[in-house]
Design a protein around this ligand. Sequence first.
Ligand code: SF4
Length: 189
Amino acid sequence: SSAGSIQLDQLDLLSRHSFPPCMKKLSEHLRLNHHMRHGGRMQYGLFLKGIGLSLEDSLRYWRDGFSQKTDADKFEKDYSYNIRHNYGVVGKRANYTPYSCIKIIMSNVGPDDAHGCPFRHGDLSHLKQQLLAWNVPVAGLNKVADYVTQGHFQLACGKYFQLTHGVQFDVNINHPNQYFVESQKVFSG
Ligand code: SF4
């Protein structure tokens, strides 16, 4: 999507309906903790850029998200450079691309981190609770869990897509931004 195609005030609704689990989790994490470690800021920040959030809106989003624990000066000093960097306006001015599923699934996730793929990182009982909290019908949970125990994390994600969109979905999920685009297609008809 082009920069600015998604507005800041749409993000809450979009995260509820069209964010894949890895990004939904980060969005909730930021809202609850008012902080996010580097790995999460990279994974989530590049995703938001990819769906079309402008640099200005990104800076506002993260500043607001951090504001209960981090004042504006500290935010500017410690975090804003990185966000500008992701948008390629400082540093090497590279066009950094959002992470693919494989990259996220293979990433190193420590106990205090919120990034990664929820199907890959964390234990199964916690995942099931999380999915129920996200309104996945109980009847579908076992199929998702089967894929997870077989190590088919992206198939588990595709099943989650089906269950939460009420559609037969035969596209393989290989990228969180692709998930988002497919979800938007369902909701815009
Ligand atoms: Fe995100 Fe991909 Fe994992 Fe789905 S399979 S939660 S899109 S990393």
